[in-house]
Structures are given as structure tokens and as C-alpha cells.
Design a binder for this molecule. Structure first.
Ligand SMILES: Cc1cc2nc3c(=O)[nH]c(=O)nc-3n(C[C@H](O)[C@H](O)[C@H](O)COP(=O)(O)O)c2cc1C
Length: 198
């Protein structure tokens, strides 16, 4: 069973983020190979990054206890899904800060994105793909983009994400891809560890 962290990437009151978070978790529950842990950034209380020494030069440690707790949570997981709101054509500051608040713990693990907004969060997701690469993660190709029509359908007309077959298909592809990369990279990480131990 792969341990997947579902990062809820927006913290404002009345956020839309809860809707895609619940829906992607429901999709994961229908599978037998993914165990989801919700990492709601509202509850992590991460300080805005202000470390005196960059994590790359501090052996990946943080001076702030909340960041230390966060990085250990990240370290215990095999892969991630992040809900992505688009704020001014980029990711939310809290989500970028969450990526900056761990270092080695992200390495060689997959991350998948479920975005929403005018263009389904695509512009913010593209930026996050670059962030993930720098952290030596594997951002997976398949993503869910909840664009304007379904976004407004849900917010204004009481529709549900399940009412959009193309989104249901995208969710399946995302989870399948995440499971594949998650297993492949976990096997490789585990193999590397046993090679070091031998
Ligand atoms: C500060 C701010 C900037 C925004 N900028 C964009 C944007 O660039 N593109 C977009 O599609 N939506 C934008 N929106 C609208 C958001 O997509 C919409 O408010 C969404 O509900 C935000 O996610 P959240 O509710 O989970 O925080 C913006 C919203 C806020 C609050």
C-alpha cells in the first residue's frame, strides 16, 4: 500500500479546495493500493519560510518546530497529491511555502496536481512542476483541471464533480499514474537503502 499525502493547498475561509480534496480522496478510496493522509495546510501552522541557513546547507533541517514536524510528515509518505488554487496566475503562497518547508523528504517521490479556476489551475500547476523538479520529485503528467464551466457549475448551480465525465476520467488517470510512479520509485528507494545497508 502506498502512503499518499493529500495536501490541501489553500487556507482561506470559504475555500473551494475542500471540494476537489474530498472528491480526489473518494477516488483514492475506491482503489486498494493507495492509503491517503490528509495534510491540510490550515492545520500545519507552517511559518513563512525565514530560515537563517538554507535547508540545502543545513542538512535539510529547520530551526522552526512546525517545519520540523512538517518535514517528518512528508518523509513518512511515498507520494503526494496537491489541490492547486490559482492566485494571480501562480500557486498560493501557502502551498509554495509548504514545498519550501521540507527538503530531502520530497526527493524521488511523485506528486500529482488537481487544479481549479479559469483555466483549471493550469498556470499555477506549471509553476509547481518546476518547483517539484528542483526538489528532485517526479511530477506526473496526468492532472485534473477543473476549468471555469465546472467550477461555476459547482459554485453557482449545485453541480458535483461527478457530473463531469471528463473530470472523472482525468481523476482515474491521475491516480493510476500516481500509483505507478509511486510503486516504481518506492521500490527504487527501498532497493537503494538495502544496497547501502549490504
Ligand atoms: C488572490 C486571488 C487571486 C486569484 N487569481 C486567480 C487567477 O489568477 N486565476 C484564476 O483562475 N483564478 C483566480 N482567482 C480565483 C480563484 O480561482 C477562486 O477564488 C478559487 O476559489 C480560489 O481557491 P480557494 O477558494 O480554494 O482559495 C483568484 C482568487 C484570489 C483570492
Amino acid at each position: 500500500m502506498l502512503k499518499i499525502g493529500l495536501i490541501i493547498g489553500s487556507t482561506r475561509p470559504n475555500r473551494f479546495a475542500d471540494i476537489p480534496a474530498r472528491w480526489i480522496a473518494e477516488g483514492a478510496r475506491q482503489r486498494t493500493d493507495l492509503a491517503l493522509t490528509v495534510l491540510d495546510l490550515r492545520e500545519q501552522h507552517l511559518p513563512l519560510f525565514d530560515e537563517p541557513v538554507p535547508p540545502a546547507r543545513a542538512n535539510g533541517t529547520y530551526s522552526r518546530p512546525e517545519a520540523e514536524t512538517w518535514r517528518h510528515k512528508i518523509g513518512a509518505l511515498d507520494g503526494f497529491i496537491a489541490t492547486v488554487a490559482e492566485y494571480n496566475h501562480g500557486p498560493t503562497a501557502v502551498l509554495k511555502n509548504a514545498f519550501d518547508s521540507a527538503f530531502h523528504e520530497w526527493k524521488r517521490k511523485p506528486v500529482a496536481f488537481i487544479g481549479y479556476g479559469g483555466v483549471g489551475g493550469a498556470r499555477a500547476i506549471e509553476q509547481l512542476r518546476g518547483v517539484a523538479i528542483e526538489l528532485q520529485m517526479a511530477p506526473i503528467k496526468h492532472e485534473v483541471n477543473i476549468t471555469m464551466e465546472p467550477f461555476l457549475g459547482i459554485v453557482q448551480h449545485g453541480k458535483a464533480l461527478d457530473d463531469y465525465p471528463h473530470l472523472v476520467r482525468a481523476r482515474e488517470a491521475l491516480l493510476e499514474d500516481l500509483a505507478w510512479w509511486g510503486s516504481a520509485l518506492k521500490a527504487a528507494r527501498d532497493g537503494q537503502q538495502s544496497a547501502v545497508a549490504a
